[in-house]
Each structure stands twice: as C-alpha cells, then as structure tokens.
Write a protein that binds this ligand. Structure first.
Ligand SMILES: Cc1cc2nc3c(=O)[nH]c(=O)nc-3n(C[C@H](O)[C@H](O)[C@H](O)COP(=O)(O)OP(=O)(O)OC[C@H]3O[C@@H](n4cnc5c(N)ncnc54)[C@H](O)[C@@H]3O)c2cc1C
Ligand SMILES: NC(=O)c1ccc[n+]([C@@H]2O[C@H](COP(=O)([O-])OP(=O)(O)OC[C@H]3O[C@@H](n4cnc5c(N)ncnc54)[C@H](O)[C@@H]3O)[C@@H](O)[C@H]2O)c1
Ligand code: SF4
Ligand code: FES
Length: 807
C-alpha cells in the first residue's frame, strides 16, 4: 500500500517530537518529509543557555542526529525554508525551488524573537538569543568586547546575562518594569531574585525604557526615554517572542496571535495542523516545551487514527536555569480578587514560598530559595486538589534534611519527575526494572525523562539508585569540569598527576582543551586543583581567580571593597579595636559592621587604599572573600557562661590558628559551642563542634545559607587534640575529593557520611591525610602581608588590573 505523504514545516523541538510520537505508534504509516530553515539536525534549543553558561557545548545538544533521519527514512531538507502552501493542490514550495506534495501537513514554525522597533536596532553588535547562530555569535563577541547590555529581565534575558558573565563580560540588564520576571514572579520573589543575581555580579537598570541604540555602524550604547545613557559593546534583546505565522497567514489559514487550532490541533484548513510556539489553542500561545510536547502527542495519535485523546490546555511551570538560583513558578501566582494566599518568608535564609488559593483549591505557586516542593505543588495545581490541613502544616515546616533516598521512596507513582516531558516516577521505575536500565542516559533514551532542560537529572539518578540499589554506579554519570573539556574532575586530576603538569595553561594544552583560554569555570577550578596537588611548589595564578580572591577583599555594589581582619575565635583586644578605629577614621570608612561570624567588617574602602589599610591594621587577613577557612565562631563557654562545661573559646582559637589560610574547594565556616544550647550555631556550619558530657561532638556538612542543612554527627571525641585531628583529616579529605565550588553540605551528601568515616577513621589513611594537610598549611602565607611587603605584586594588582574579569 502506498504510504501517505506527511510533511513537517519546521525541524524544531515541537514538530520533531510529534514525528517521534508518530514513529512510536506506527513506523510504516507515513512517508515523512521535513523542512527546516536552520542548517542543523534537530537540536535542544533549551540548552543554548547552558552552552552560553559554559556547562555544555553545541556539539552536545543535538537531539536527533543525521543518522536518526536516515534510519527512519525521513527526507530531511535543512537550510531550506517553506515559502508557500497551496492548500487546494496540497503542495508546499521552498525557497530552493522544491515542491512537495502532502496528504497531511504539520506547521511547527516556532517563534521569532521580538526586536524592539527603535532607531539603531539594526547596528552591528545588536542581537537576539534564539538559535545556534546567535549563541555562537555571543561567544565570539565575548572574546573581543567587555560591556554587554541585555534588554529584558525575563527568563531568557537573565539566562543570557548569566552566560555573558561567565564569559567574562560586565553585564547590565535593562528591564522595563520595577520587578524582574514579572510574568513568573510576585514582587517579593522578584526582589530576592534580583538580590541573588546582584551577588553573582549582575547589574540592573529597572524601570528603564530604551529609546535608541547609539553608535555609528557598531553599537556604542543605549539611550533611554528618561535621557540617561549607558555604554555597550553588545546588546542582547530578550523582550519576548512572536509566533512565526506569516507563512500560514499568507496561505489563507486562520491566524490570530498564533495559528488557531482546535483540541485536535487542526487548523481552519483540512489536513493542515499546527503544533508548538506557532499554534494558538483556546486563545493561548505557549512558550515552554511541556505543553508543546503534550500537543505533539495528541496530534500524533490523531494522525495515526487513535481516537479519544484531545488537548485541553496546560498549567505551565517555569524554572530559571542559572546555577545557585532556585526559582519556581506555576499557574496563577498573583493575588487577585477572590483569591487568598499562604506565604512563608524567611528573609534571613532567603527563602520565600507562596501558594495562591481560590475556592479552597490551589491555583498557583511561587518558590524562591527552596524549590524542593515545586513538583508536588504543580501536581496539586494540575489536579485541582483541595488544600488540606496537613498540606498547610507541611508548607510551614522548613524543608527537612530528609535524604534524597527517602524523598524518592515517598513519592507517589503518579508524581511527575520530569516536568518538561511529563514523565512520572511510576513510568521511570517500571522502565528501569523491565528494560534493565542502569544509567540516566538509558532512562532518558527510553522514557524521555531529562531529555529537555535536564533539571530532573538528579532525581532520575536518585530513582535509579532507589530501584536498583548498588547496581547503579554514580561514577558512570560523568560530569565534565566544563564544556572546554570532555574530562571529569577525577580524570583531570589523574592526568595532572601522571603527566606531572604544573601550570593551568599546560593542563589545557596537554589535555586538549577545546577553548585554549579556558573559561571562567575551568580556570579557577584548575588553579585550585594544582594548588591542592602541589602545595609547596605551585605559584597561585591570580588571573585565574575570581575578583574577590584576586584582590583579597570583597567587592561591594558601589565598586568599593570590604576588609575583614582575622580575630581568632571572635575574640579581640582593646589594642586591635583602637587600630581598627584609627584606620576607619583615616580612610573615611562609611560603615563598620559586625559580621555573622563574629568579626568586624570595614565597608566602603577604595581599591587603591587596600594595601595601606592592610598595612596600618597590621592584622592577618580574615579571608572573608576566599574559598578557604573563613571563621570559627565560638560561644563564651565555661569561662563565663554558667551552663558551659568546656572551653569553647580556646578550642575555637586553636582550631582557627591551626587551619587559617587553608584553601578549600569552597568557603568553610566552623563554630564551637560549649553545650547543646548551641549559642555559636554549630549545627549549621561546615564543621560544628558541640560540648557534651565528657567530650565533644563533631558535626559536618551543615549550611546556614540558601540551602539550609543541619550538620550530620560525624563522631564524638574526648579531647580537644582529637577534635583538631579529626577536623583536619575531614577538611583534607574534602580538599582532595570535592569538586571545585562544592560546599561540604553537597559533598557530604554526594560522597556519603559512611564513606567519609571509612576514610578518616582508618588510622593509616588519617595519618597520610594529616601529613598532606601540614604540607599545605606550611606553604600558605598571609596574602595581605605578602602584598604589603611586595611592591611588584602591588603594582600588578592595583594598577594594571583595569576591569575585573569575572565575579
Ligand atoms: C535560550 C533558550 C532557552 C530556553 N529554555 C527553556 C526552558 O528551560 N524550558 C522550556 O520549556 N523552554 C525553554 N525555551 C523555549 C523552547 O526552546 C521553545 O518553547 C521550543 O523550542 C519551541 O519549539 P517549536 O518547535 O515550537 O519551535 P522551534 O524550536 O523554534 O522550532 C521551529 C523551527 O522551525 C524553523 N522554521 C520556521 N519557519 C520555517 C519555514 N517556513 N520553513 C522551514 N523551517 C522553518 C525554525 O528555523 C526553527 O528551527 C528556551 C528557548 C531559548 C531560546
Ligand atoms: N527557563 C526557561 O523556562 C526559559 C528560558 C529561556 C527562555 N524561555 C522561553 O523563551 C521565550 C522567550 O523568553 P523571554 O524572556 O524573551 O520572553 P518573556 O516574554 O518571558 O520575557 C520578556 C521580558 O522582557 C520585558 N520587556 C519587554 N519589553 C521590554 C523593554 N522594552 N525593555 C526592557 N524589558 C522589556 C518583559 O517585561 C518581560 O519580562 C519565552 O517563551 C520563555 O518562556 C524559557
Ligand atoms: S552554648 Fe552553652 S556554654 Fe555556650 S554560651 Fe550557650 S549556653 Fe553557654
Ligand atoms: S524537567 Fe526538564 S528535562 Fe526533565
């Protein structure tokens, strides 16, 4: 029997997914032809943000390679645009003069980025961020230019801005409203987001409307409607998208904002269908893949003659793909007439949760800082569930330190694990058991879970571990350092050792880095790994460090710096206080503030004054800017407190004196409390010591920041010497096995407490760890003193260094 001719216009995410669904149902029903304007096989557009941020490469985002089309007998024409549809003759015409017949035609032409119609928007250096071409251009620009402006503080604008920061550019985001991501977040969540992004080095110009892009042929800056201006070498427009509907309109298909489709994805013309961002269903045009994939599935069934299922619309949820920022939003998240809401706001920890309720049913949610409830809330919104009392109680409870294992065990089988692809826990577990799957990649290929934004990869890995236990080998799940290399951290370290590599550049050359200069992810990481492996010989490469670590002070929002001298155990003297007061007066320090770690912070110091301030303070650096031991916070302890049975202050001082200047994969905070009342908050520190009857408890992996985590009890010891020894061994093992920028809280969860105990309680191992720790400590010098005494370094750091390369 002659197969029916099926033509797809648009080789993008929604159209090709629909074809995949058709092939799953019946491989032999259609002779398939696909036309795509872009010159590539079908790729994952979502991951362009990840490519720009340096976490993956363009080579890795292909979803269906050339072979896939061949294997499925699909006629693919790339770099070819369909310019006309003859709906009477059932023909399509391309810009290359080709004509193709169809029995059924799918239009999946996606969207076009909206370019503001203002003077200068056609200048060189002004671009959108939509496809591979744009992404490559942005990466090229970042090599040559410094100042980027992103117009639009929505999902795309912020992800692009983060990518440009990673590429070493200074980035200003211009947003028309007072609040970022106003389509997804309420004002409170939006402000928290802004604060977090500012910490990452992004700058914002809010309530600014761009009037003109200035410059000759190339962009030189932006002029706003209020008359102010900002300089720019690159402008990225991320102000929304418009459905690509011209072809449909000209062909006489009914179009509103998008191509109008019914619940079967049929357009106004028989045998012509539309899916994806170009389609308008019940007045809504979607711009996220989850609903588009649902549409694709319904259309596939319709075309294959399976009756019953219709597309009735979707409740969408969004997450921002920026590392270190957890934001979730779903449904109707703004308070309106007839709605009420439950809100939990912990300003200290930067956590905000809100659900919106109408007629006792949840209709929307916003989460910031802790998005672990996101999937569950989306499920409740989609199922139109009533808000129960038990939900209300659990909503107010801070997210527990429940292990991931028990979390996955507790999930219901019908709970969605992969939002993008609508895959449930039940489907994944069934596939793992029935098909004998062993890796995340196999689960992806079999179920589609984790195939789009990749945000659910961690959970899929947990499900593998939960289902097949020890047969699941996490080490197979290779994570490369960044997209400049295909090597993982472990492989790079092995190669450095076996080939005796000594410099960052040498590592990149010998190990075949794709980008010979590296990026802001791998350069500091390699610098750390080399210094950890060769503590006595390695010369720190300050160019590879983040700005705070290069200048040994924390850069502030206004470009000044903060200086925190070390005060062991949080104890100071009249003499130190006098010196601090003198320096503060002499250098007009605008603010002196006590830190959470019991230190004194001198804020607002000019960059050029830093060496003078350090010299006059004549105190060691407090490392408040560094990936190193920050502070050991102590309670008063037995000397003055009536509950104290131990000398917590002295132990804190001893620990700090022993371990100060130790560089670590991420910052390390410690605390010592002399009794379980825990006044020094030992429970939320990387290492927290608590005095108990007859000894000390040592807690590890605690965190008081955005990802609040109570420390795990590592062991109980009797003497202060044992505390220092175990702490030293723990930190050295952390230094040697954690990924760069991995806090102990994450590392402890990844490696497991049992494994850590095995390593550091083995007497021989511990001895060796302590020998290597001593080596690192001996080599460490006080950076302030070193710079004050060395004019050459001063010259280099404080005169040559014009613009911070990265934050
Ligand atoms: C940087 C970035 C990050 C994103 N992140 C996320 C995310 O995290 N989560 C999420 O859910 N969504 C995300 N999105 C949105 C998501 O990528 C889109 O919703 C999805 O790609 C839309 O699929 P589509 O097939 O409708 O359109 P597209 O993927 O745009 O495909 C349409 C294709 O049709 C081609 N075409 C158009 N007209 C013609 C013609 N006449 N002839 C031939 N070919 C034609 C186009 O060139 C294009 O290749 C992101 C988008 C971008 C740009
Ligand atoms: N993580 C994700 O899910 C993700 C990431 C990237 C892109 N996307 C999708 O890609 C599409 C494009 O994203 P987007 O962020 O461009 O679209 P958007 O419509 O979501 O956001 C555009 C933003 O630009 C602002 N804006 C409009 N005019 C402006 C002006 N003149 N000056 C300054 N700001 C202005 C708007 O207020 C809005 O916040 C969307 O469909 C989005 O959902 C999703
Ligand atoms: S932790 Fe105990 S000993 Fe220390 S100050 Fe508090 S109550 Fe006193
Ligand atoms: S949630 Fe995006 S791929 Fe699974």
């Amino acid at each position: 029997m002659k197969r029916k001719q099926l033509v797809l216009i648009g080789n993008g995410m929604a159209g090709v997914r629909c074809i995949e669904e058709i092939l799953k149902i019946d491989r032999d029903l259609f002779e398939i032809t696909i036309f795509g304007s872009e010159p590539y096989p079908n790729y994952n557009r979502i991951l362009l943000s990840t490519v720009l941020q340096g976490d993956t490469s363009i080579d890795d985002i292909t979803m269906n390679d050339w072979e896939w089309y061949e294997k499925n007998n699909i006629h693919l024409f790339v770099g070819e645009t369909v310019v006309k549809i003859d709906k009477e003759q059932q023909l399509v015409f391309t810009d290359k003069g080709r004509v193709a017949e169809y029995d059924e035609l799918i239009i999946a032409t996606g969207s076009k980025p909206f370019i503001l119609p203002i003077p200068g928007s056609d200048k060189q250096g002004v671009t959108a961020f939509r496809d591979i071409k744009d992404c490559e251009m942005l990466m090229e620009y970042a090599k040559k230019y410094k100042k980027a402006v992103v117009i639009g503080g929505g999902l795309l604008g912020l992800e692009a801005a983060r990518g440009l920061l990673n590429l070493g550019m200074e980035v200003n985001v211009v947003h028309i409203w007072e609040h970022l991501m106003e389509r997804q977040l309420d004002p409170t969540a939006s402000k928290l987001l802004q604060r977090e992004m500012e910490k990452q080095g992004m700058k914002f110009l809010l309530q600014k409307e761009t009037a003109e892009i200035i410059g000759d042929d190339r962009v030189e800056g932006l002029r706003f409607k209020d008359g102010t201006e900002i300089a720019a070498d690159l402008v990225v427009m991320a102000v929304g998208i418009r459905p690509n509907v011209e072809l449909a309109r000209q062909s006489g298909i009914a179009v509103n904002r998008g191509i109008i489709v019914n619940d079967y994805l049929e357009t106004s013309v028989p045998h012509i269908y539309a899916v994806g961002e170009c389609a308008e269903h019940r007045g809504i045009v979607y711009g996220l893949v989850a609903p588009l994939y649902e549409q694709g599935k319904v259309l596939a069934e319709k075309l294959c003659g399976i009756k019953g299922r219709t597309y009735t619309g979707s409740v969408v949820s969004t997450q921002l793909k920026v590392s270190g920022v957890d934001v979730f939003s779903a449904g109707e998240f703004m308070d309106q007439e007839g709605t009420s809401s439950i809100k939990v706001y912990d300003e200290f920890r930067g956590i905000y949760k809100k659900v919106v309720i109408r007629d006792e049913k949840m209709i929307g949610a916003v989460l910031f800082g802790d998005t672990s409830d996101g999937r569950k809330l989306l499920d409740m919104i989609q199922k139109n569930e009533n808000i129960s009392e038990s939900f209300q109680v659990s909503f107010f409870r801070p997210s527990s330190n429940q292990s991931n294992k028990s979390m996955t065990a507790e999930m219901a089988d019908n709970e969605v694990v992969c939002g993008c692809n609508g895959v449930t826990k039940g489907t994944i577990c069934k596939a793992i058991v029935e098909k004998g799957l062993k890796t995340v990649e196999q689960v992806r290929d079999c179920t589609n879970a984790s195939r789009s934004c990749g945000g659910c990869k961690g959970l899929v890995a947990e499900l593998l571990e939960y289902t097949i236990g020890e047969e699941f080998d996490r080490s197979v799940e290779k994570e490369t350092i960044c997209s400049c290399t295909t090597l993982s951290r472990e492989e790079v370290i092995e190669e450095i050792k076996s080939k005796n590599l000594k410099y960052v550049k040498e590592v990149m050359n010998v190990l075949g880095w794709k980008n010979e200069e590296g990026c802001s992810k791998c350069r500091p990481a390699l610098n750390y790994y080399l210094s950890m492996l060769y503590p006595t010989e390695y010369q720190d490469e300050y160019e590879s460090r983040f700005v705070n670590e290069r200048l040994h002070a924390n850069i502030q929002a206004d470009g000044t710096y903060s200086v925190v001298p070390r005060m062991y155990g949080g104890v100071t003297t009249a003499e130190q206080l006098r010196k601090i007061a003198d320096v503060a007066e002499k250098y007009n320090v605008p603010m002196i503030k006590l830190t959470g770690g019991q230190r004194i912070d001198l804020l607002g110091i000019k960059k050029e004054d830093l060496p003078k301030v350090w010299a006059e303070l004549d105190m060691p650096s407090g490392y408040a800017y560094a990936k190193a031991l920050r502070t050991v916070k102590t309670c008063v302890g037995k000397q003055f407190c009536r509950f104290g049975t131990q000398d917590s202050t002295q132990l804190g001082i001893d620990l700090e004196k022993k371990l100060e200047r130790l560089n670590t994969p991420h910052k390390v905070k410690m605390a010592v409390s002399a009794c379980p009342r825990n006044c020094a908050e030992s429970g939320i520190k990387d290492v927290g010591i608590v005095g108990v009857d007859g000894g000390w408890e040592i807690y590890v992996g605690g965190n008081g920041g955005t990802h609040l985590r109570a420390g795990d009890l590592l062991c109980t010891v009797q003497t202060e010497e044992e505390v220092i020894e175990i702490t030293g061994a723990f930190l050295q093992y952390y230094r040697e096995s954690a990924n760069y920028l991995e806090r102990t809280s994450k590392w402890v969860e990844r490696v497991g407490l049992e494994r850590i105990r095995e390593v550091i309680f083995d007497v021989d191992n511990r001895k060796q760890l302590l020998v290597r720790l001593e080596e690192a400590l001996v080599a460490a010098k006080d950076p302030w003193k070193e710079i004050v005494e060395n004019k050459e370094i001063q010259e280099k750091l404080f005169r040559d260094l014009k613009v911070p390369v990265n934050h």
